[in-house]
Write a protein that binds this ligand. Sequence first.
Ligand SMILES: [Zn+2]
Ligand SMILES: [Zn+2]
Ligand SMILES: [Zn+2]
Length: 326
Amino acid sequence: MKNKMSDEHSVTRKHNVRMLLQKMRDGIIKELSANIDPKLGITYPDAEADLKSDVQPTLEALHKEGFLLKEQKENVTLCRRCNGASFKIMHRCPNCNSLNLRKGMVIQHLTCGYANLESVFAEHDYVCLKCKKRLRALGVDYIKPGVQYVCNDCGNIAQNPIISLKCWTCGELQSIDETRYVEVSTYTLDHSKRELLAKVTFNLTPIIQRVHALGWVAKKDYKIRGKSGVEHTFTLGLWQYEHGLREAPEVVVDIHMDVVDDVHVLTLYAKIIDTGVKNAILAAVPIATEKAKALAKYYDITIVEAEDADALVEKLTLAIEDVIKS
Ligand SMILES: [Zn+2]
Ligand SMILES: [Zn+2]
Ligand SMILES: [Zn+2]
């Protein structure tokens, strides 16, 4: 049981966060999986459509508050300065920091200890550059310790040069240890948290069933392109069966899980003008401001106020019935 204090600080107080949870509850979004972008680093495209900003902290908070399940899928290395995920990778001499290295099979002359690339020995007819003796037999007077890096500046030979990463986005130079190691996770809704979800989301199924019983069709998260060319989304679009889904809906419903103010009414008004929809219902959980109600009345938009998600279903069903039957 959460106390009042933690409820007040919950990220679910934000309308956008509730809309995201709503889409997950309705199955419109199945899971939130990460996309690794070379410039932007980790993004969650499905969540960004609703959340716009602070996406990862918000998803983490929703996980901590018990709404989302989290499963790590992979990890990614990000720039310590800009969080970009693409780097130019360079090998450096561990002795003098030079980038001027050659890579190849190394020969070490056991007689004198001198080592260099096999190609260099070959250029000199397998005569040692240091002691001037000719190499005789592998494993007897010389060995091949493997493929290594030879520094052209200081002559140092290294099996493991320093790896330097230069960020393609911001140019920051950093070692692997200095980059950000980030776990990449996928989030899914924890459907078992019924009580918790009921506080911040609503269940459209009873409304849709009632609409069907009245001989109408309902489509949730309904998208339609307006005369302006802009695409609009309504929480619900409603049609009479005989008219089908080909035309604009006869009734649209938008649900706002927060205080509805005049801006929300104006936004809905602009949407119905652009799409040519005649009847609009705007539901507010919990309330609409007086200014919002006055505007809605003027624009002939029905306002429904409900104190919580359960009351919303009840009152919204009645309001829809009123519009359908009129
Ligand atoms: Zn060097
Ligand atoms: Zn030698
Ligand atoms: Zn960077």
